[in-house]
Every structure is written in C-alpha cells, then in structure tokens.
Design a protein around this ligand. Structure first.
Ligand code: AMP
Ligand code: MG
Length: 413
C-alpha cells in the first residue's frame, strides 16, 4: 500500500481552499459558448461542435432491403420441403421487378426487396440447383428485411446543435446525405509555459534543467479537442516577461492556458501577472494533485493557469481545461463520464480530494482498479501506465474491496 503524508482532516475547511466541484461549477458558470459559426465539409468535422439541428430529408434505409444473401419469397408459398423456381436475380445497386407468385428471387445483402416478397431466407438454409431453390426452414413474415426508415425516418432530427462530432456522427451525417453543415467556429487557445529550468526536447540539458513535458500534455489535450493553438512558447520567470506574454496571449485568443508559476513561491509570476492585467477568480483547490489552479479573465479572454508538476497538469487538464474548452466550444456534453470498479488497494483519506492513477483489470467478472505504486505529482509514468483516475473523496478512506468511481481516459481524447 502506498503511504502518504498525513493531512489534517479539517484542512479542506481552511481559508481559501475550495472544493473541486465548486471550482468546476464556478469556472463553467463564467464561460459562455462562442456564437460565431462556419460551414464546413464533413471530412473536416471531426471533434467540431454542430451549430445547427440536422433534420433528415430522406428515410434511411431508403427502401426495404435484404439483410442477407439469400432468396426473397412470399411466405404463403412456403411449406415443408418446397421447391421454387428462381425467377430473377437482384444484386445490390439494382432494382428487381415484382415477384411472381410461387417463385423466389435470388437476392444479395442491401438489394431492394421486390414488391410482393415478404421475407428473405438466408442462403445457408436453402439448396439451389438447376434454376430452382428448395427451402429447408420455417419462414416468418418480414424476416431478414431491413425496413425503409427503420434507422432514420424522413423529417426526424438526426443530430442536435451542440453535438460533438465523433467518427460515428461523421458516418451518420453522411448517411443522410449531409456533405456540409454549420459548426461553431474553432476556439482559439493561446498557451505558454513558465519555468527557467525547462528546455524543449531536442535540446541538450544543462545542470538543473528539465524537459518541457507540460507543453505536450497540454497541446495533446488541445489537439484532441480540435482547437486552434497559438503557442507562445516558454516564458522567463520574470514578472515583466510574464505580463508581456500574457497580454499578447489574451489579445489573440478566446482562452489562455499556461503551466507553472501559479503557486505561492517568489518565482511564481503567472498569478501576479494575472492580478496585474485582469481578474483572478480562484486559485487554491482542495485537490491532489493540482492544488494551485488559477482561473480568471484578461480583457475578453478567459484564463486557466494549470500547475507546473507534470501529473498535476494532466489531472487538472482533464478536470478543468477539457470541460472549460467544451463549454466554450458550445458542446452540450462537457462532463467526463464516470464508471465503477472494485478497488484492490487501501488508501487513507485526507482533506483534499485525490485523483489516483489506476489501471483497470477486466480479466475477472467485474472491473478491478489497481493502483500505480508511485502517486507523486511529478511521476508522469503513472498517467501513462493508467486507464483512469479514481476519485478518492475527502475524509473517506478506501478499503480494498470497496466500490470506487473512476474517470476512464478512453473516449476523452
Ligand atoms: P511551479 O509551479 O512553476 O513551481 O512548478 C512546479 C514543478 O513543476 C517544478 O518542479 C517545475 O520544475 C515543474 N515544471 C514546471 N513547468 C514544467 C514543464 N513545462 N514541464 C515539466 N515540468 C515542469
Ligand atoms: Mg516555476
């Protein structure tokens, strides 16, 4: 079991610390969706947000069609061991003629069922020979026929404004013939990264330096959310530079996201720059990792200052940046889904809500959450190893065998 430093149980109530839920609520309350829209092609729509309701102007399927390769028949012609003349052949992409009574039509998956036929018998249940087919099964009316409009009815609402477009929505839009449609314009997000110790990967490291991993965690989130990224790079740990770049970021973007410099150290200039240029709304959250998170406004732009520690960036990026961006983009669904699993570890509770990196073992009857052995806020391997974050609530210790809720990473990026 992982031990952790003891935290006074009442520290959540200490002045200035607000709960995760309160912080998310107040952050989302201050964010409103962009109003501008643009028309785009379906091929460019992945992870964009729909800005109009899509109404079907046709049925899908457009006509009754066969769900199988087989024979289209009239049920009333079928009796035990019957043999029927094959009167026509209907491949997909063609239309047959009305089925002559007492005959069968050779038919293929997706081909229109000919008028007069009321069932399709799958070919595995038939024996064809010399222009005739014998049917060795009972045949029920409507079997193996996909009805016109059974997926989408002409005139129905296919998708609503605010829907985030995933691959399945791209396919659905195409299925109703929608080649272009209105989406919210792309959100502009400016990013910059603080810390005189950070260096870009690809450069040699000098003593006391580390690689800038946060840039890639954050831009990875932003790429997955399909925003326009304005990358202002690394900023020196001085108030002057931080103010200058923050001003530049805020005038170019809808949202500014940064990492580092939001704590209470003398070298933490982001919070100070925000206070100088705009308004700071909250900055200490009862969570671990990731206590210092700054949220505010500079001019017309919203500001989200994530902590510096790499795991804190990942966790607060998921909990704060993701829903904030979705809300600004105009998405209806902003919250990450939660699932349940059984913990196979003990965890002592503290005064801050903790986000434990776990891997979900699905080899048994029910999912089991297994803890990464090192939960330090600098241990980024924990985030890569894991499938999700268990939420360990304030003052509620977890015992092995307890049901716990977790946020799965799958589907979020
Ligand atoms: P700070 O909040 O600026 O005090 O940073 C907290 C910790 O996060 C320090 O150990 C920093 O070295 C580290 N850190 C800050 N920025 C980055 C970054 N871009 N990539 C990796 N680690 C960082
Ligand atoms: Mg720093």
């Amino acid at each position: 079991m992982q031990s952790k430093p003891s935290i006074p149980v009442d520290c959540c109530a200490s002045p200035g610390l607000i709960s995760v839920d309160e912080a998310i609520k107040s952050m989302l309350g201050a964010a409103s969706a962009i109003v501008e829209t643009e028309k785009i092609k379906i091929e460019d729509s992945l992870n964009r947000i729909l800005a109009e309701d899509i109404i079907a102007t046709l049925n899908v399927p457009g006509y009754d069609n066969s769900a199988m390769d087989g024979y289209a028949v009239r049920c009333e012609d079928i009796s035990a061991g019957v043999s029927l003349n094959i009167s026509q052949r209907i491949p997909a992409g063609t239309t047959g003629k009305p089925l002559e009574p007492g005959t069968a039509a050779r038919i293929f998956t997706g081909a229109p069922v000919p008028p007069g036929a009321d069932a399709v018998v799958m070919q595995e249940k038939c024996h064809a020979d010399n222009g005739r087919v014998s049917i060795n099964t009972e045949v029920r009316a409507a079997s193996n026929i996909r009805r016109a409009g059974e997926d989408i009815a002409d005139g129905s609402t296919v998708l609503k404004t605010g829907q985030r477009i995933r691959p399945q929505e791209m396919g659905l839009l195409a299925s109703v013939g929608c080649a272009e449609f209105k989406v919210k314009r792309q959100l502009k997000v400016a990013v910059f990264f603080t810390g005189d110790e950070i260096v870009s990967p690809g450069q040699p490291l000098q003593a006391g330096q580390i690689y800038n991993s946060n840039q890639y965690t954050i831009t990875g989130f932003l790429q997955a959310l399909n925003v326009e990224i304005i990358n202002l790079g690394m900023v020196a740990d001085t108030l002057e530079d931080t103010v200058r770049v923050l001003q530049q970021a805020a005038s170019a973007a809808d949202l500014v996201v940064t990492s580092g410099g939001v704590s209470v150290g003398e070298e933490d200039y982001v919070r100070l720059a925000l206070e100088q240029l705009g308004k700071l709304s909250m900055w200490r959250i009862a969570m671990k990792p990731g206590k210092p998170v700054a949220f505010g406004k500079v001019g017309q732009a919203l500001f989200l200052g994530l902590p510096g520690n790499p795991v804190s960036v990942f966790v607060t990026g998921l909990l704060f940046a993701r829903p904030l961006i979705l809300k600004l983009q105009g998405a209806t669904q902003t919250a990450a889904p939660k699932l349940m699993a059984t913990a196979n570890f003990d965890w002592p509770s503290g005064g801050r809500q903790e986000y434990l990196r776990v891997r979900i073992d699905n080899t048994g009857n029910a999912p089991v959450a297994c803890l990464y052995p090192h939960q330090g806020s600098g241990v980024l391997s924990s985030a890569s190893w894991s499938d999700g974050l268990v939420e360990a609530a304030v003052n509620q210790p977890i015992k092995s065998g307890d049901k716990v809720s977790y946020i799965p990473f799958q589907g979020l990026f």
